[in-house]
Ligand binder design. Sequence first.
Ligand SMILES: C[S@@+](CC[C@H](N)C(=O)[O-])C[C@H]1O[C@@H](n2cnc3c(N)ncnc32)[C@H](O)[C@@H]1O
Length: 252
Amino acid sequence: MSTTADPGRWLYELLAPAYDRLSGEATLYAVARARTIELLQLRPGATVLDVACGTGRNHELILERIGPSGRLVGVDRSPRMLQRARERAARRGWSNVELVETDVTNLTPELLDELGVDPPSAGFDAVLCTLGLTVIPDWRKAWQAMRRLVQPGGRIAIMDAGYPGCAGQAGETAVLRPVAWLLCRLFAADPRRQPWQLIVNDTDNVVEERYTLGYIGVAAGTRSAQGRPRGTPAATRLAHRPDRGDHYASSD
Ligand SMILES: C[S@@+](CC[C@H](N)C(=O)[O-])C[C@H]1O[C@@H](n2cnc3c(N)ncnc32)[C@H](O)[C@@H]1O
Protein backbone atom coordinates (compact mmCIF):
# COMPACT_ATOMS: atom_id res chain seq x y z
CA MET A 1 0.00 0.00 0.00
CA SER A 2 1.35 3.46 -0.83
CA THR A 3 2.35 5.89 1.88
CA THR A 4 -0.30 8.33 0.58
CA ALA A 5 -3.09 5.84 1.20
CA ASP A 6 -1.56 4.76 4.48
CA PRO A 7 0.24 7.73 6.08
CA GLY A 8 0.10 6.05 9.50
CA ARG A 9 2.70 3.50 8.39
CA TRP A 10 5.62 5.96 8.35
CA LEU A 11 4.07 8.53 10.69
CA TYR A 12 4.19 6.31 13.78
CA GLU A 13 7.77 5.31 13.03
CA LEU A 14 8.64 9.03 13.10
CA LEU A 15 6.41 9.89 16.06
CA ALA A 16 7.39 6.98 18.31
CA PRO A 17 10.11 8.70 20.39
CA ALA A 18 7.82 11.68 21.12
CA TYR A 19 4.38 10.00 21.06
CA ASP A 20 3.91 9.83 24.82
CA ARG A 21 4.76 13.53 25.18
CA LEU A 22 2.79 14.80 22.15
CA SER A 23 -0.44 12.85 22.32
CA GLY A 24 -2.14 15.08 24.91
CA GLU A 25 -2.88 12.10 27.13
CA ALA A 26 -3.72 13.88 30.38
CA THR A 27 -6.09 16.40 28.77
CA LEU A 28 -7.73 14.26 26.11
CA TYR A 29 -7.60 10.56 26.90
CA ALA A 30 -6.54 9.58 30.44
CA VAL A 31 -10.03 9.45 31.97
CA ALA A 32 -11.53 7.64 28.96
CA ARG A 33 -8.63 5.18 28.87
CA ALA A 34 -9.02 4.27 32.54
CA ARG A 35 -12.76 3.77 32.03
CA THR A 36 -12.18 1.60 28.93
CA ILE A 37 -10.00 -0.74 30.95
CA GLU A 38 -12.43 -0.74 33.87
CA LEU A 39 -15.20 -1.83 31.45
CA LEU A 40 -13.18 -4.92 30.48
CA GLN A 41 -14.03 -6.30 33.96
CA LEU A 42 -10.61 -7.91 34.27
CA ARG A 43 -9.84 -10.39 37.03
CA PRO A 44 -6.47 -11.56 38.36
CA GLY A 45 -5.06 -14.17 35.99
CA ALA A 46 -6.98 -12.91 32.92
CA THR A 47 -5.52 -13.00 29.39
CA VAL A 48 -5.72 -9.70 27.48
CA LEU A 49 -4.95 -8.73 23.87
CA ASP A 50 -4.14 -5.04 23.21
CA VAL A 51 -4.62 -4.38 19.48
CA ALA A 52 -2.46 -1.57 17.96
CA CYS A 53 -0.91 -1.19 21.41
CA GLY A 54 1.61 1.47 20.35
CA THR A 55 3.93 2.48 23.18
CA GLY A 56 1.96 0.45 25.73
CA ARG A 57 -0.06 3.27 27.26
CA ASN A 58 -2.71 0.78 28.43
CA HIS A 59 -0.36 -1.71 29.98
CA GLU A 60 0.07 -0.45 33.52
CA LEU A 61 -3.70 -0.12 34.01
CA ILE A 62 -4.27 -3.64 32.66
CA LEU A 63 -1.50 -5.21 34.72
CA GLU A 64 -2.83 -3.60 37.90
CA ARG A 65 -5.97 -5.66 37.35
CA ILE A 66 -4.71 -8.98 35.98
CA GLY A 67 -1.71 -9.20 38.31
CA PRO A 68 1.41 -11.30 37.81
CA SER A 69 -0.60 -14.44 37.03
CA GLY A 70 -2.31 -12.73 34.07
CA ARG A 71 -1.01 -12.47 30.55
CA LEU A 72 -0.94 -9.40 28.31
CA VAL A 73 -0.21 -9.59 24.58
CA GLY A 74 0.32 -6.31 22.71
CA VAL A 75 0.31 -6.20 18.90
CA ASP A 76 1.36 -3.32 16.65
CA ARG A 77 2.90 -3.02 13.18
CA SER A 78 5.31 -0.20 14.06
CA PRO A 79 8.68 -1.49 15.27
CA ARG A 80 9.56 1.82 16.91
CA MET A 81 6.24 2.17 18.78
CA LEU A 82 6.74 -1.41 20.00
CA GLN A 83 10.29 -0.59 21.04
CA ARG A 84 8.89 2.07 23.38
CA ALA A 85 6.44 -0.50 24.77
CA ARG A 86 9.35 -2.91 25.34
CA GLU A 87 11.34 -0.21 27.13
CA ARG A 88 8.34 0.55 29.34
CA ALA A 89 7.95 -3.15 30.23
CA ALA A 90 11.68 -3.49 30.97
CA ARG A 91 11.70 -0.34 33.14
CA ARG A 92 8.75 -1.63 35.19
CA GLY A 93 10.04 -5.20 35.35
CA TRP A 94 6.89 -6.68 33.77
CA SER A 95 7.56 -10.28 32.81
CA ASN A 96 4.03 -11.19 31.66
CA VAL A 97 3.85 -8.78 28.69
CA GLU A 98 4.46 -10.19 25.20
CA LEU A 99 4.84 -7.72 22.32
CA VAL A 100 4.40 -8.77 18.72
CA GLU A 101 5.04 -6.88 15.48
CA THR A 102 2.41 -7.56 12.85
CA ASP A 103 -0.50 -6.03 10.96
CA VAL A 104 -3.55 -6.61 13.16
CA THR A 105 -5.91 -6.95 10.21
CA ASN A 106 -4.39 -10.37 9.50
CA LEU A 107 -4.33 -11.51 13.10
CA THR A 108 -5.44 -15.06 13.82
CA PRO A 109 -4.56 -17.54 16.59
CA GLU A 110 -2.40 -19.37 14.02
CA LEU A 111 -0.45 -16.20 13.15
CA LEU A 112 0.11 -15.44 16.84
CA ASP A 113 1.40 -18.97 17.22
CA GLU A 114 3.80 -18.48 14.27
CA LEU A 115 5.01 -15.24 15.87
CA GLY A 116 5.91 -17.09 19.05
CA VAL A 117 2.85 -16.27 21.15
CA ASP A 118 0.88 -19.25 22.39
CA PRO A 119 -2.69 -17.94 22.17
CA PRO A 120 -5.20 -19.07 24.85
CA SER A 121 -7.01 -22.06 23.33
CA ALA A 122 -10.52 -20.71 23.96
CA GLY A 123 -9.57 -17.14 23.01
CA PHE A 124 -8.52 -14.15 25.12
CA ASP A 125 -10.62 -13.13 28.13
CA ALA A 126 -10.55 -9.56 26.87
CA VAL A 127 -9.50 -7.64 23.75
CA LEU A 128 -9.20 -3.87 23.43
CA CYS A 129 -8.15 -1.27 20.90
CA THR A 130 -7.54 2.34 21.97
CA LEU A 131 -6.97 5.09 19.39
CA GLY A 132 -6.21 2.42 16.80
CA LEU A 133 -9.30 1.83 14.67
CA THR A 134 -9.37 5.42 13.36
CA VAL A 135 -5.79 4.92 12.11
CA ILE A 136 -5.80 1.34 10.76
CA PRO A 137 -6.66 1.56 7.04
CA ASP A 138 -8.77 -1.62 6.95
CA TRP A 139 -10.33 -0.99 10.35
CA ARG A 140 -13.40 -3.20 9.80
CA LYS A 141 -11.11 -6.14 9.09
CA ALA A 142 -9.20 -5.32 12.28
CA TRP A 143 -12.51 -5.43 14.14
CA GLN A 144 -13.23 -8.88 12.72
CA ALA A 145 -9.82 -9.99 14.02
CA MET A 146 -10.64 -8.60 17.47
CA ARG A 147 -13.91 -10.52 17.57
CA ARG A 148 -12.18 -13.69 16.38
CA LEU A 149 -9.62 -13.54 19.14
CA VAL A 150 -11.86 -12.94 22.15
CA GLN A 151 -13.53 -15.96 23.70
CA PRO A 152 -17.34 -16.27 23.72
CA GLY A 153 -18.46 -14.44 26.87
CA GLY A 154 -15.23 -12.37 26.84
CA ARG A 155 -15.15 -8.58 26.86
CA ILE A 156 -14.19 -6.26 23.97
CA ALA A 157 -13.59 -2.53 24.36
CA ILE A 158 -12.83 0.37 22.05
CA MET A 159 -11.79 3.93 22.87
CA ASP A 160 -11.26 6.37 20.04
CA ALA A 161 -11.53 9.96 18.91
CA GLY A 162 -14.18 11.24 16.54
CA TYR A 163 -16.99 13.64 15.90
CA PRO A 164 -19.68 13.11 18.53
CA GLY A 165 -22.50 12.84 15.96
CA CYS A 166 -24.94 15.35 14.56
CA ALA A 167 -24.19 18.90 15.64
CA GLY A 168 -26.19 19.75 18.72
CA GLN A 169 -26.51 16.10 19.75
CA ALA A 170 -24.51 14.24 22.32
CA GLY A 171 -23.09 17.47 23.68
CA GLU A 172 -21.14 18.37 20.56
CA THR A 173 -19.58 21.79 20.68
CA ALA A 174 -19.55 22.29 16.90
CA VAL A 175 -16.97 25.03 17.08
CA LEU A 176 -14.45 22.40 18.23
CA ARG A 177 -14.83 20.29 15.08
CA PRO A 178 -11.92 21.96 13.24
CA VAL A 179 -9.69 21.42 16.29
CA ALA A 180 -10.68 17.75 16.41
CA TRP A 181 -10.11 17.44 12.65
CA LEU A 182 -6.63 18.96 12.94
CA LEU A 183 -5.62 16.78 15.89
CA CYS A 184 -6.82 13.67 14.08
CA ARG A 185 -4.98 14.66 10.88
CA LEU A 186 -1.76 15.12 12.84
CA PHE A 187 -2.07 11.51 14.03
CA ALA A 188 -3.34 10.12 10.69
CA ALA A 189 -6.71 9.36 12.24
CA ASP A 190 -10.12 9.60 10.58
CA PRO A 191 -12.59 11.31 12.97
CA ARG A 192 -15.63 10.24 10.92
CA ARG A 193 -15.43 6.51 11.63
CA GLN A 194 -16.80 6.36 15.21
CA PRO A 195 -15.47 2.80 15.60
CA TRP A 196 -17.02 2.35 19.05
CA GLN A 197 -20.29 1.84 17.16
CA LEU A 198 -18.94 -1.59 16.17
CA ILE A 199 -19.29 -2.63 19.80
CA VAL A 200 -22.85 -1.30 19.92
CA ASN A 201 -23.78 -3.23 16.77
CA ASP A 202 -21.92 -6.49 17.29
CA THR A 203 -21.74 -7.29 21.02
CA ASP A 204 -24.03 -7.75 24.02
CA ASN A 205 -24.26 -6.01 27.42
CA VAL A 206 -23.08 -2.83 25.79
CA VAL A 207 -21.90 0.23 27.67
CA GLU A 208 -21.22 3.31 25.56
CA GLU A 209 -19.93 6.57 26.95
CA ARG A 210 -18.50 9.86 25.69
CA TYR A 211 -15.68 11.90 27.16
CA THR A 212 -13.79 15.12 26.43
CA LEU A 213 -16.79 17.20 25.33
CA GLY A 214 -18.15 14.21 23.44
CA TYR A 215 -15.13 13.86 21.15
CA ILE A 216 -13.84 10.63 22.70
CA GLY A 217 -16.04 7.55 22.43
CA VAL A 218 -15.72 4.55 24.72
CA ALA A 219 -17.70 1.35 24.33
CA ALA A 220 -17.43 -2.14 25.73
CA GLY A 221 -19.48 -5.28 25.30
CA THR A 222 -19.51 -9.03 25.64
CA ARG A 223 -18.97 -11.39 22.71
CA SER A 224 -22.00 -13.64 22.65
CA ALA A 225 -21.60 -17.36 22.08
CA GLN A 226 -23.46 -17.25 18.76
CA GLY A 227 -22.67 -13.70 17.71
CA ARG A 228 -25.35 -11.30 16.60
CA PRO A 229 -26.03 -10.43 12.95
CA ARG A 230 -24.41 -7.17 11.90
CA GLY A 231 -26.63 -4.13 12.03
CA THR A 232 -28.82 -5.48 14.83
CA PRO A 233 -27.97 -3.08 17.62
CA ALA A 234 -28.15 -4.15 21.23
CA ALA A 235 -30.91 -2.38 23.11
CA THR A 236 -29.08 0.84 23.81
CA ARG A 237 -30.05 4.32 24.72
CA LEU A 238 -28.07 7.50 24.60
CA ALA A 239 -28.57 9.32 27.83
CA HIS A 240 -27.09 12.38 29.43
CA ARG A 241 -25.22 11.44 32.59
CA PRO A 242 -24.94 14.68 34.59
CA ASP A 243 -23.37 12.69 37.43
CA ARG A 244 -20.46 11.89 35.10
CA GLY A 245 -19.64 15.40 33.92
CA ASP A 246 -19.79 15.56 30.12
CA HIS A 247 -20.27 11.82 29.66
CA TYR A 248 -23.10 10.28 27.77
CA ALA A 249 -23.87 6.66 28.37
CA SER A 250 -26.00 3.89 27.04
CA SER A 251 -26.38 0.32 28.15
CA ASP A 252 -28.60 -2.70 27.76
C1 LIG B 1 -2.63 6.57 17.85
S1 LIG B 1 -1.62 5.13 18.07
C2 LIG B 1 -2.46 4.36 19.45
C3 LIG B 1 -1.50 3.60 20.33
C4 LIG B 1 -2.10 3.08 21.63
N1 LIG B 1 -3.13 2.08 21.41
C5 LIG B 1 -2.62 4.18 22.52
O1 LIG B 1 -3.74 4.09 23.01
O2 LIG B 1 -1.86 5.14 22.78
C6 LIG B 1 -2.12 4.11 16.70
C7 LIG B 1 -1.30 2.84 16.57
O3 LIG B 1 -1.89 2.02 15.59
C8 LIG B 1 -0.85 1.31 14.95
N2 LIG B 1 -1.36 0.73 13.70
C9 LIG B 1 -1.88 1.38 12.66
N3 LIG B 1 -2.27 0.50 11.70
C10 LIG B 1 -1.97 -0.73 12.17
C11 LIG B 1 -2.15 -2.04 11.66
N4 LIG B 1 -2.71 -2.26 10.47
N5 LIG B 1 -1.73 -3.09 12.41
C12 LIG B 1 -1.16 -2.87 13.63
N6 LIG B 1 -0.98 -1.66 14.17
C13 LIG B 1 -1.39 -0.60 13.45
C14 LIG B 1 0.23 2.35 14.78
O4 LIG B 1 1.49 1.77 14.50
C15 LIG B 1 0.15 3.07 16.13
O5 LIG B 1 1.04 2.50 17.07
